[in-house]
Design a protein around this ligand. Structure first.
Ligand code: BG6
Length: 515
């Protein structure tokens, strides 16, 4: 019988995916992401027995508070945001391991104090600890944190061993190609690439991981996954929420930086990449970089049919039956803001698999519904054996990966309507995650924090990958900056976006499907 590993925090996890004793240090401990996502993720990992027996969490922030106060902050965050109710037993184990160190991000002495605290913990447990530094601060302090992790020796702890220090870095990873390159240089001054985990939480979503399984664990897809059978691909990441309380960030970011450069480009890369030779981090990321390199530079001049991009801002409208105001009236937004809340792009990929197949991407806030999906639209059948017209509709086959909500996979086929005549109708075959597997699936951050602890970078973005993505996106920002507000459209809140977004597809005789 296989040897079983049993200790308080580790059961149900394959032996090969166990993490060494670890301390997770969160920079930006009082931030929104920490409360909403990171602490609940760590709690749920503890709940599922996926943390190592020797596990510690250290919050690091400017405010000087005792451990007990941070423990209270953590408990409140779990109660409010965890997908599960807080179990007193699980929390009783985690609470005394939840600690706090205060200091400035540019204060080397504070990092020395952090190092001393970690060494103290090692002495207490009589074991070496892997340090996982989670940088969840505004990007202005990324550089000082990285430099001080280097200067204090924390970055180089146990270097090149399995429990070497690791760093997770939150978005935004730069705001253009030059700043992303600078950030990569900063990181690689103090860390080697295997220590760096650039996060894109979309990669942690179950359905995004399932895309790889669907593509590469089913024999039926690969033979038709190419220009011979696929007409075009539509990737939609639509949100119903507006900018909410984040105008300060969003005014500097806009939809292209906030959603397209990272989340939707990742969905494109996973959809279009070649089969990797294995599922290890380097093989998967090599293929993603390769396909990103094959993307043709976008056409920006000329507008209308000749442009591959559209941008717009939400105006007044109705969402969920309630009248809402346009973006420029949101608190903290400039009344003359040229920040886009919607962007649509048309990519072409210059390789044997995809030549001539457009990939359309769109994302926006205050759209009709919250829905993220990848729709693969297949070619029409040659001729029409069944007459067509109103009584006999034939739709092109469409395979749609529902990323969220209603996670699943659907396929549109054409079927005969029962009766004495041959009439046809498109029908939908549906696989729903919730029906098959239940609905309490782990949150993206649970998987990603665990993977980083284990040292598995498959679901993280490599340095060259982020740079290639910025290389494609930065010329759009430069073009828009030259244009100012000219060419910025408006769409009604609660709609599916501006006419210019539809025109990108119409130019090729296509239309967005209503997800
Ligand atoms: C974040 C963006 O990366 O993703 C937000 O900064 C956006 O603006 C969010 O709302 C969407 O994530 P999800 O997981 O809710 O689709």
């Amino acid at each position: 019988m296989a040897e079983e590993i049993r200790h308080p925090f580790l059961h149900g996890l394959s032996k090969h995916r166990g993490s060494p004793p670890t301390v997770v240090v969160i920079f930006g401990a009082s931030g929104d992401l920490t409360a909403r996502k990171l602490i609940p993720a760590i709690y749920n990992l503890a709940h599922d027995g996926l943390l190592p027996a020797d596990f510690f969490l250290i919050g690091f922030g400017r405010k000087a508070i005792p451990d007990a106060e941070f423990q209270q902050v953590a408990a409140d965050a779990i109660k409010e945001f965890s997908r599960r109710e807080m179990s007193p037993e699980v929390w009783a184990r985690l609470a005394p391991r939840t600690l706090y160190v205060s200091g400035g991000y540019d204060e080397k002495a504070a990092f020395d104090r952090l190092g001393a605290r970690i060494t103290g913990l090692e002495k207490e447990i009589g074991q070496q600890l892997q340090s996982l530094f989670y940088i969840s601060t505004p990007p202005t302090v990324f550089a000082p944190i990285i430099q001080n992790l280097g200067a204090s020796g924390l970055a180089a702890r146990y270097l090149r061993q399995a429990h070497q220090s690791k760093v997770i870095i939150e978005k935004p990873f730069g705001r253009d190609l030059a700043s992303a390159q600078a950030l990569n240089r900063e990181l690689t001054t103090f860390f080697v690439e295997s220590q760096v985990f650039r996060i894109d939480h979309y990669l942690g979503k179950e359905t995004v991981q399932d895309l790889l399984v669907q593509r590469f664990a089913n024999a039926i897809f690969e033979p038709i996954w190419n220009r011979n059978f696929i007409d075009h691909v539509q990737i939609t990441v639509a949100e119903q929420v507006g900018v909410e309380a984040r105008a300060g960030y969003y005014e500097q970011s806009g939809c292209l930086r906030d959603m397209i450069q990272n989340h939707t480009m990742q969905l494109l890369a996973l959809t279009a990449m070649e089969p990797p030779v294995s599922m290890d981090a380097e093989s998967v990321r090599d293929e993603k970089v390769k396909v990103l390199k094959a993307i043709h530079p976008l056409r920006l001049q000329g507008g209308g049919r000749l442009s591959d991009v559209a941008r717009a801002q939400y105006g007044d409208g109705v969402i969920g039956g309630k009248a809402v105001k346009g973006y420029r009236q949101e608190p903290g937004v400039s009344p003359v803001s040229a920040t886009e809340t919607y962007a649509a792009l048309r990519f072409t990929i210059n390789n044997w698999r995809w030549h001539g197949v457009p990939f359309y991407l769109r994302s926006g806030k205050h759209l009709a519904r919250r829905v993220s999906e990848i729709a693969i639209r297949f070619k029409h059948t040659p001729g029409n054996l069944f007459g067509g017209g109103e009584r006999s509709q034939i739709a092109p086959n469409t395979l749609a990966f529902q990323i969220q909500p209603d996670e699943g996979l659907s396929l549109i086929l054409n079927a005969k309507i029962p009766g004495l005549e041959t009439r046809t109708q498109p029908v939908k075959m549906n696989f729903k995650y919730a029906t098959t597997f239940g609905s309490n699936t782990p949150e993206a951050y649970e998987r990603l924090v665990l993977d980083a602890m284990i040292g598995d970078g498959t679901l993280f973005i490599r340095g060259d990958e982020t740079e290639r993505s910025w290389q494609l996106i930065t010329p759009i920002h430069e073009f828009w900056a030259e244009q100012g507000s000219a060419g910025l459209d408006t769409y009604a809140s609660g709609s599916w976006g501006p006419a210019s977004g539809d025109a990108l597809l119409a130019a090729n005789g296509h239309a967005w499907r209503e997800p």
